[in-house]
Design a protein. Sequence first.
Length: 409
Amino acid sequence: MRIAWIGPSPTCDGGATYVATQLLRELVRAGAQVDCYLGARPEELPDVLLGEDGLRFVLCPNRWRWDRWYSRTPLLAFFSGMLARLRTQHALVRSIARRHAERPYDVVYQFSQPELGGLRRHRGVLPPIVVHPATHAAGELTWFRREAELARRSEPLFRRVSAAAVLSFRTLVQRRDLPRADRVIGVSRRFAQHLAADYRIPAKQLGFVVNPIDLDRFHPRNGTSHDGPPLLLFVSRISVRKGVELIVGLSHRLADLEGQVEILVIGGPTRWSDYRKLLADLNPDVAAYGGQVDPAALVGLYNEAAAVLAPSQYEPFALTVGEALASGTPVVVSDEVGAAEGVDPSVCLVFPHGNLDAFEAAVRRMLAEVGAADRAKLSALARGEAERLFAPPMVGRRLLAELEVAARR
């Protein structure tokens, strides 16, 4: 199979761009030939991909940079970055169309971005188009509106109005574009359901493929322990729909466990949503905000934690959940977290999203179970679930199978 890939530039730092690196590597190892169209410079490509047979890069460097007049504030960076990516994507799509005319591709695979952009204009001369979005604007907009009071406490009016306008516009564009793709792949079953309901995508066009987790980077480490009471770790963007207010509420609900439990909040804001002011209300007797940490430090924190918390109101996947399980650490998640689908409840307690009472009960239950369990056995079970559900070779084969479905059509 010949694949024209388009999406954000792969990296080894973490997040969606590291998912891209893993998927590219596994697709070519599964036998596909991939031409990767990127808005990157040669020196920005990850070394781990440069020696892969069957993988070729076609680059159109994006000239957008930090520390310019158009990127000096988060909001300016958000708008200007979006416009720059769109312009680059149009140039890359024109290149795909030219190369497809010379030597046809079986599919065009767009990773992460939901809007078709330049693909829509050239749809008539391209092979089947497959879109694999990481999130969708309709879901973000729903919770942006529902959490209006939280946003008012955290952000200035101009920022809120601008974000609402952009999310509303992107929702309209995505509602127009995504049903025109030949296949749309969710990163979880729950996310595929949201896409179908919000954008009226027929079931026959939908599939799902989870994100891979690097099982070499994230794994149990013998002898690693937290110096203090059991650690509950919340790793997330500190922004809309991530359940930040639930973490604040939980810190007060667990006041009776002062000295017996510690909640550590890790993460930073997005360019368009910043809830860090809410963290001023954390109960300092049991909780603290640790800011952002580098990927190496995060690996260690997963191993130190008694459990990782993911109380999101809307969450297509949640890499942190997969990374925690791969590290041998159990999780407490809301029923909206896609990465929790099919995970053994012995290492994954699920509560109804938005329900603080249920969240508190699940956390207390997890603390009791972790305290009474054989930690080595619990760690092995969590690790086994990550290997079963998120192993990169398995995910790569499933993705290739979804692309073959589109190619046959």
